[in-house]
Structure formats: structure tokens, C-alpha cells
Write a protein that binds this ligand. Structure first.
Ligand code: MN3
Length: 244
């Protein structure tokens, strides 16, 4: 009985969180900060993606993620996605004023806008999901929600690891909040669960980049070792914040 009422409480809390999230969430709020004034068509404030500052030194995640990989990933790959999506927004006269609006319309966008928009957002989310040191979480809300949905933290980690490992080619593994239910999913290329045509939609809580550029210098073909060590640098504080 005790377990059941606790579970109910968590479910209700998550439902409330999800509503807030959809209405203009903590995650998507970064959109408003990134909007600048550009004279473009008839839109006063078209969307412009910005790259979040890296909250740590390139080498701060050693030995789990190496410094050179982080540096190239942040300064080359991620920077290119930001530049390319902003070019596409201007060239194609896209009139979105928020990231939410952009992702609500991904199925109608050009490949350049869609892929680079996903890449810009996903990496901002990815960097903020990492933290130097040795992760001891999940704890707090994240742990409660994970246990309520998956039974145990280990079971969740097993499912997430499997999603990351079995994503064929390039893509991402995700933990999302789908209207109060947590789900593990994966996406191809730079798609994400905010895309209007995502197979499993939801508010992202945690993401892992499994493109080879994210791990190949250190791990080569051993994606499994990269995933196993990535758990050590997950920023569970950030996941708790995303749960409201
Ligand atoms: Mn990447």
C-alpha cells in the first residue's frame, strides 16, 4: 500500500511537470534567450540557435570522455550545426520564433534545417547533461521517477544502454517524460523526441550521443565501453531540474 501511494504521488507529480513542460518548459525556455532581432521577412524576432557555453574544461571528463574528443566535438561538430541551422533559417526565411515551434514543424523542413537544428539543440542538451567527477545518482526526483517506471535503477540503465548500443549507425539514446510516463528511446541522425514525427515523443530528460565522433578517438569500435563509462559523468542534478 505504501509503495502504491508513493508511486501514485510520483505519477501525479510527473503529470503536472509534463503539462508545465509542454506549456513552455524549463528546457525550451532557452529558446527565448536565443532569439535575436534580425530583419527577416515579416518576422520581427526570428529564431536563432546559440551554442551553450561548455560548463567545464575539455579535459574535465577524463578518463571517461577524453579532452581531444570533447574539444573537436564542441568546437567543430557542434559549432557547425549551429552555423548551418542559422544559415538555413535565414536562407529559407523560416519564420519560427521559438525552438518549440521549430521542432513542432520538423517534418516540413528542409534536410539542412532539420538535421542541423536537431544537431544544434541535441548537443546543447548533451553538454548540459554531463558533469565532471564520478556520478553517484540518480537521486531525488530522478531516482523516484526511474524506480516508479522501470522498477530499479539497474533495469533503467540496462534498457538505456541497450537503446544506445542497438541504435544502428549514428544517432542518440534518450530518456523522456511522455505526459508523466518515463520512456527510453533512440533516434537516428540528429532527430530527437521533440520532432513532430518522432516515433516516441516526449520531453527529454537525458541524452547520449552515439555518433562515432563522440567516442571513436578513445574507444574506436567499442561503443559499449563508451556507454558504460559515460554513466560516470551523467549530470543527475540537471535531470532532477528537468523533472521540475
Ligand atoms: Mn555529436
Amino acid at each position: 500500500m505504501k509503495t502504491n501511494s508513493r508511486r501514485k504521488f510520483i505519477e501525479n507529480t510527473l503529470k503536472a511537470t509534463a503539462v508545465v513542460a509542454i506549456g513552455g518548459s524549463a528546457i525550451l525556455n532557452t529558446a527565448s534567450a536565443s532569439i535575436i532581432n534580425v530583419d527577416q521577412g515579416n518576422v520581427a524576432d526570428p529564431l536563432k540557435f546559440t551554442q551553450v557555453p561548455l560548463g567545464f574544461d575539455y579535459g574535465a571528463l577524463e578518463p571517461n570522455i577524453d579532452a581531444l574528443t570533447n574539444e573537436i566535438h564542441y568546437t567543430k561538430h557542434h559549432t557547425a550545426y549551429i552555423k548551418n541551422v542559422n544559415e538555413a533559417i535565414v536562407a529559407e526565411k523560416l519564420s519560427f520564433t521559438s525552438e518549440k515551434e521549430f521542432f513542432d514543424n520538423t517534418s516540413k523542413l528542409s534536410a539542412k534545417a532539420r538535421n542541423n537544428g536537431g544537431g544544434a539543440w541535441n548537443h546543447n542538451f548533451f553538454w548540459q547533461s554531463l558533469k565532471p567527477g564520478t556520478a553517484t545518482g540518480p537521486d531525488g526526483k530522478a531516482k523516484d521517477a526511474i524506480v516508479a517506471t522501470f522498477g530499479t535503477v539497474d533495469k533503467f540503465k540496462e534498457l538505456f544502454t541497450q537503446a544506445a548500443l542497438t541504435r544502428f549507425g549514428s544517432g542518440w539514446a534518450w530518456l523522456v517524460n511522455d505526459n508523466g510516463t518515463l520512456k527510453v528511446t533512440s533516434t537516428a541522425n540528429q532527430d530527437n523526441p521533440l520532432f513532430d514525427n518522432a516515433q516516441i515523443k516526449g520531453t527529454p530528460l537525458l541524452a547520449l550521443d552515439v555518433w562515432e565522433h563522440a567516442y571513436y578517438l578513445k574507444y574506436q569500435n567499442k561503443r559499449n565501453e563508451y556507454i558504460a563509462n559515460w554513466w560516470n559523468v551523467v549530470n543527475w542534478d540537471e535531470v532532477n531540474k528537468r523533472l521540475g
